[in-house]
Design a protein around this ligand. Structure first.
Ligand code: ADP
Ligand code: G6P
Length: 499
């Protein structure tokens, strides 16, 4: 069965996330009503929505998210409330409209100019603009009140990620005590020395402590979080062994539950793929004989794309025999482009690709084939299957799902994974992946050479172990562990309510 057995949520589920799982664009030309409008459906890029959507389709829940450009909110309410999948059992997606000022401050401001860089240890990129935090609070209030509109006595509210650090407390205070509030923080939590620079840091911590349950991918983030609470929220009691915080009389249980992917579905799509020439690969630079390296990322400064390009350049310098034989395919999706740091990062990456290609290309062959596009799931799986070497080299990444997707789709068991040792994924997959320090260009380049010359049986041995881990710890088992925790807390809080 896909994604293992059904995970049981102990009450009606309400998911809250900033990013919506689907974006619907309506072509309104000359249409009298919605039934006549043509609709294009788009799946935003990112680990969070990719992971949660298949799970929520199996519940009868509610998902509340920012309606980012999807609907013309003045025309009809229908577009703010849609069934996913359409016309069948699944969940109801409720979209909230946000003004341009709100989006600029809450999303492009406090979320992505403050919390994202702080949590990833890029304090030098922090930009603390005057009204961003107040808007962040206002939007968190807006989402919390939408939750309160839907919550019942036994609801399970499951808040996603760093866009909602304040919402948990606001929700906790406005829904019945017997309902459960949980949050999963999909990105790293930094050490206290880094978190110290976070504007409104204490508000952030107090907000998050409104949760009954708080989840991170790995132990280190749990420990960092507990240390931050101990250091910056003096009235909280922290039990490091039990991973339990008590603040204003209310407990928060903090757990590490690493997220997986829908391994069975990647495996199935990869098996169905045409092994040769998947359409997303078609280019003169890649022939049937070409050995293919692959990178798939959002264009984000945490992903280590320039470091990867530097290592590839060094590799071609040191291993000229591979020129004409090996091509690196990089699929990059532009992300958060209205933030200048991201725009500059994209510019830099594009220029580097051009420069490196200029140095080494000959005839039809190019060392790097770079495109910025969303790759459809079937094509993505075909690409994963075709790739002889996958390079995942973030400077830091809470988890990284791309690495796991690659393994799940490597049905021929003949590929190799180069994986940054600063990712949650490395912590769970261990040294069966070829570990790299993305900033050590020489060692990184040697790793690329090593992976290409690795004997087939060695690749197969590693790949078998890695695939096993990805299947064992897939998205279904992640959900099971989330819901098990929620269940035990839920039972605790309903019995407290009865007492
Ligand atoms: P993040 O959540 O930081 O973007 P992850 O690796 O955890 O990083 O998740 C990224 C998700 O986005 C994966 O599911 C991956 O398949 C998807 N993705 C990234 N780039 C593309 C692309 N160019 N086309 C299609 N999907 C992509
Ligand atoms: C990461 C974050 C998600 C986010 C995704 C894409 O995975 O943890 O919360 O949705 O990146 O970023 P975006 O800003 O486009 O939603």
């Amino acid at each position: 069965d896909d994604a293992s057995d059904e995970a049981a949520c102990p009450g009606p589920l309400i998911v809250v996330s900033n990013r919506q799982p689907y974006r619907h664009e309506y072509d309104d030309a000359d249409a009298e009503d919605d039934t006549e409008r043509s609709v294009t459906v788009d799946e935003p890029t990112g680990g969070l929505t990719a992971g949660l959507d298949p799970v929520c389709k199996r519940t009868d829940g509610t998902w509340i998210a920012w309606g980012d450009g999807s609907a013309d909110f003045d025309v009809t309410d229908d577009r703010n409330c849609v069934s996913v999948p359409p016309d069948s059992e699944g969940y109801t997606l409720h979209r909230l409209d946000l003004s341009e000022a709100a989006v600029d401050s809450y999303y492009r401001g406090f979320s992505n100019r403050v919390l994202w860089p702080i949590c990833h240890g890029f304090s030098d990129l922090l930009e603390d603009r005057p009204t961003d935090f107040e808007w962040y609070r206002t939007v968190n209030e807006r989402f919390a009140s939408a939750v309160a509109d839907h919550a019942t006595d036994d609801s399970v509210v499951w808040i996603q990620d760093y866009h909602f650090a304040l919402a948990p407390r606001l929700v906790r205070d406005s829904i019945p005590p017997s309902a459960t509030v949980a949050q999963f923080w999909h990105i790293p939590w930094p050490a206290p020395e880094t978190f110290r620079d976070c504007p409104a840091g204490v508000d952030v911590l107090e907000g998050v402590l409104g949760n009954d349950l708080l989840g991170f991918h790995v132990d280190r983030y749990v420990e960092n979080f507990l240390e931050c609470v101990q250091r910056y929220v003096p009235n909280a009691t922290v039990d490091r062994d039990q991973r339990l915080v008590r603040y204003e009389g209310e407990p928060t249980t903090v757990v590490a539950t690493p997220m997986g992917v829908d391994a069975a579905s990647f495996d199935r799509r990869a098996r169905a793929a045409d092994r040769r020439n998947p359409s997303a690969l078609l280019t003169d630079a890649v022939s049937e004989e070409t050995v293919v390296g692959l990178g798939v990322d959002r264009l984000d400064y945490t992903k280590g794309i320039p470091e990867r390009l530097a290592a590839l350049e060094r590799f071609f310098e040191r291993n000229p025999d591979w020129c004409g034989e090996f091509t690196f395919v990089q699929k990059a999706t532009p992300s958060r482009t209205e933030i200048p740091t991201y725009e500059r990062y994209g510019e830099f990456v594009r220029n580097e690709v051009e420069r490196i290609n200029g140095r080494f290309e000959s005839g039809d062959w190019k060392p790097i084939v770079y495109t910025e596009e969303y790759v459809e799931p079937d094509d993505l799986c075909a690409l994963y299957r075709q790739a002889d070497v996958m390079i995942v080299s973030p400077i830091i990444d809470g988890m990284n799902l791309v690495a796991q997707e690659y393994l799940a789709a490597s049905v021929d068991c003949d590929g190799a994974l180069l994986l940054s040792d600063r990712t949650g994924a490395y912590e769970r997959l261990g040294s069966h992946a070829l570990g790299i320090d993305p900033t050590d260009t020489d060692a990184f380049a040697r790793r690329i050479a090593e992976s290409l010359s690795m004997p087939r049986h060695e690749r197969r041995r590693r790949m078998n172990t890695l695939r096993h881990r990805v299947f064992e710890n897939d998205i279904g088992s992640w959900m099971d562990s989330q819901f098990d925790w929620i269940q035990s807390i839920h039972e605790g809080s309903s019995s407290e309510a009865i007492d």
